[in-house]
Ligand binder design. Structure first.
Ligand SMILES: [Zn+2]
Ligand SMILES: [Zn+2]
Length: 140
């Protein structure tokens, strides 16, 4: 819900400005990752003009707050479906139908951090996308 995202924004001390609300609305409606250019286009068809820089800045903030994510594959933006779940948010991408499933697993993060630490690296964040087939496509 856009309302939940707005509450998260405000709880972190950010105002629910008009561009933030509008971008959140478009992300909420879109089931597939969407580019800043597409977001601007959709808003324009609704008579709302928001410049590119504002859209980029808004997306950047939403990603920092884990309210949205940027997909590594394709570079589109997607609304977070996990409601600030602990652990890094990761994606399984179906290469047939394009379905994207988001998940988080703190245990997995811990193991990865340990692996990195053994190699002398201090991890701040993990990004991962799994590629394959969703259960529906696999069974076809
Ligand atoms: Zn997420
Ligand atoms: Zn699929």
């Amino acid at each position: 819900m856009v309302q939940d995202s707005i509450q998260t924004l405000q709880a972190q001390g950010y105002k629910a400005t008009r561009p933030r609300k509008l971008v959140l609305e478009v992300l909420e409606e879109s089931e597939k990752p969407i580019s800043p250019y597409d977001i601007q286009g959709i808003l324009r068809t609704r008579g709302k003009q928001i410049n590119h820089v504002t859209i980029y800045r808004t997306l950047d903030l939403l990603c920092r707050l884990n309210l949205a994510h940027k997909m590594m594959s394709g570079g589109g933006f997607l609304k977070c479906s996990l409601n600030a779940a602990e652990g890094c948010h990761r994606f399984m991408v179906c290469q047939d139908c394009g379905a994207i499933q988001e998940f988080a697993n703190k245990e997995l993060c811990r193991e990865e951090n340990q692996l990195a630490r053994d190699l002398g690296f201090h991890t701040e964040h993990h990004l991962s996308e799994f590629y394959g087939l969703c259960s529906g496509c696999y069974e076809k």
